[in-house]
Design a protein around this ligand. Sequence first.
Ligand SMILES: Nc1nc2c(c(=O)[nH]1)N[C@H]1C(S)=C(S)[C@@H](COP(=O)(O)OP(=O)(O)OC[C@H]3O[C@@H](n4cnc5c(=O)[nH]c(N)nc54)[C@H](O)[C@@H]3O)O[C@H]1N2
Ligand SMILES: Nc1nc2c(c(=O)[nH]1)N[C@H]1C(S)=C(S)[C@@H](COP(=O)(O)OP(=O)(O)OC[C@H]3O[C@@H](n4cnc5c(=O)[nH]c(N)nc54)[C@H](O)[C@@H]3O)O[C@H]1N2
Ligand code: SF4
Ligand SMILES: [Mo]
Length: 745
Amino acid sequence: MAEWKNSACILCECNCGIKVQTGGQDGREIVRIHGDEAHPASQGYLCQKASGLNFYQNGKDRLTSPLRRRDDGSFEAIDWNTAISEIAARLAAVKQQHGGDKIFYYGGGGQGNHLPGAYSTATRKALGSSYRSNALAQEKTGEFWVNGQMFGTHVKGDFEHCEVALFVGKNPWHSHGIPRARAWLREFSKNTDKTMIVIDPVVSETAKLADIHLRVKPGTDAWLMTAILAVLVEEQLYKQDWLAAHTSGLPRVLEALQSVPITEYCEACAVPEQQVREAARVMAGATGGVAVFEDLGIQMNRHSTLVSYLEKLVWLLCGQFGEPGSQYVPAYLQNLAGSGRSSRKSPVVGAPIISGLVPCNVIAEEILSDHEDRYRAMIIEAANPVHSLAGSAQFAKALDSLDTVVVIDIAMTETARHADYVLPCANQYEKWEATFFNFEFPRNYFHLRQPLFSPPENCLTEAEIHARLCEALGAIPEGICDQLNSVLAEQGRDAFRDQFMNALSANRELADVAPIVLYRTLGQTLPGNAALAAVLWPLALNFAMREPESLQRAGFSGNTLEQADKLFDAMLSSPSGFVFAHDQYEDSWARVPLDKINLLIPELLQELAELPSQPQAITSQEFPFVLMAGERRDYSANTIFRDASWRRKDAQGALRINPQDASDLGLDKQAQVRIVTRAGSAVTSVEITERMQSGHVSLPNGFGLDNVDGQRTGVAPNELTSVEDRDAYAGTPWHKTVPARLEAC
Ligand SMILES: Nc1nc2c(c(=O)[nH]1)N[C@H]1C(S)=C(S)[C@@H](COP(=O)(O)OP(=O)(O)OC[C@H]3O[C@@H](n4cnc5c(=O)[nH]c(N)nc54)[C@H](O)[C@@H]3O)O[C@H]1N2
Ligand SMILES: Nc1nc2c(c(=O)[nH]1)N[C@H]1C(S)=C(S)[C@@H](COP(=O)(O)OP(=O)(O)OC[C@H]3O[C@@H](n4cnc5c(=O)[nH]c(N)nc54)[C@H](O)[C@@H]3O)O[C@H]1N2
Ligand code: SF4
Ligand SMILES: [Mo]
């Protein structure tokens, strides 16, 4: 029997632990997959998507050599030395002519791979590149900003222990986002002491399990959330003493909510007032915690930043923070959400840069302007923005207009086709990898995965690519690696740490390229060729300095340096992952850097005050439907699988439509229909289903990839979306409410 090896699923942020057997052709296939019982969060759980992981390992369109674009647009294979030296020279020239800040960096990691992002910081700093973005800036930045204003940190809901669960624009049955989502949903919905509330226009699988489903009209959550808040105020359900003790800004918030015409707002969002009042009462009356999760249904939608704020006000007025089953602040190794602050603006359109990320919807616009500060070059790593960002055609055109585009990926993607250089990577089962998507509480875990296979001959890890780029750019201080290596070899890790710290304080430039220096020194000594784990070493030290007690409770004792060493060693030797933090509920309070939770965000209260009692219509005579462009389904997984045959059902990614609408249009279940939006059109199959309300249609996320063999399956959603359709504050897209019309064909 072949040996079972540990790894993780890389298809969503849960990264469930897996055990696999490898074999098949040349031993390079994943032939069997089980859930890993020893994984601290998933505990053996897997959803149906994981069984397809060999479609990633042996996927279509794999890159096998560095590629350079010819003048006629075709690509030629080149060797690594040529690729690295030409790329370094071209980017250095852009830096010299226009400034390094004109070199934009996009990506850095996906659902399963966050180590590349750590190494790319060195290349960015070596080039002086200061503008960057990734998928978070088309979903989460509005929420990050709200969290930054209210808490000064990031918060999460404690679903494991709550009495009431509220999902707002979130379908965990498909999208997960909480560990063991389906098992959890089933258990929770059966428990008569617990209440699940779902806010969704669709009768999603999650909504079906809900006790209270608020079937909101698409795009009107701002009215619904305001109505819930106004009920809490009108019925005096809010927790006055708790709010007085823990928050600031309450009077202005109460004042704003007192004048809300509840009945009209309920009509505006098409949810019966009685149901809105019931939901408010259930949340206010809970004694065992209310946990809340907002996601793309509102984050990629109208008034998204405002709705994120209102959602947080709902649970704050109910006093739901820092107690079991309420909201908490997780212990983090690396804070993916950043500060939530917006201290800079993007250079051309002046959009707020939140947590360091330029809003995705303005990138193409900034490139295509004639402004002298426009970006001139781009490095894109582990992301497929031509497919995943609003306005695919415009993004592609923007890439084509740049001086130099470098794509670092495992596959020839829609984005790579627009690159000047494409660099082939080892995939996530061919190198050490990890994510920082671990947000559990009170016990949080980390999982560094070992490789299952060696990389194909000509594919390098991102760390190696960035090391070579930094070296070619002359960014690594002369002799430093040799010096550190000899200390490490002769005197060990403690002396190495001292020497490294001294070198850092003596030489500012070393800090910029520290990940590469660690990779080239400490990394080379790690067991199992785990060089990529080198960037975890400073994170372990940082965590030991910030959270010694949490670390101690998780079993890591000693002084700071001892704790850090033990933590780093545990990272390297825990193939199923391990618990690195054991918190207490009051730790959440200690992690809020503000004196009190701040309820008052004046800009958003202003937006609230300006909400009319009837929302502006999304539809028109020309576009009578609202399209949800990018729903999560059984067989969608962003663009991680490039081979459409992994799908066991809904192979084409049908357009979902309500039976009445289908009948009005004369569509039956075999029909093909053309969907037309302001940005483009596409022909699709249909699925006629009561889950959709009349006037609302949906297409799945991640379909419509163009394979190298010329195949395309389903609709590419962002050929139908427009960059202008975005949130007034955070710039996040309105993918969930795209005006559309359907034409029989
Ligand atoms: N199967 C699968 N799982 C995934 C992914 C995947 O591609 N496939 N991707 C992963 C990623 S990157 C992410 S970010 C998460 C996203 O996870 P989710 O946000 O849960 O996914 P979506 O299906 O995009 O949207 C969630 C819900 O929003 C609802 N919605 C649509 N319009 C509105 C509205 O106007 N108001 C409200 N309140 N709700 C609305 C939809 O009906 C849907 O049920 O999923 C992750 N998990
Ligand atoms: N209309 C619409 N658009 C959407 C959404 C929607 O709901 N509607 N959802 C959005 C959301 S929430 C997200 S998160 C984005 C996701 O969109 P992206 O951030 O673009 O990410 P993915 O589609 O996951 O693509 C990941 C890329 O990484 C590559 N890759 C895989 N493994 C490795 C590796 O080990 N190394 C390297 N270097 N590359 C690797 C893959 O080949 C692929 O090209 O899509 C968004 N786009
Ligand atoms: S929930 Fe499903 S897709 Fe997400 S990591 Fe687990 S097995 Fe993979
Ligand atoms: Mo996402």
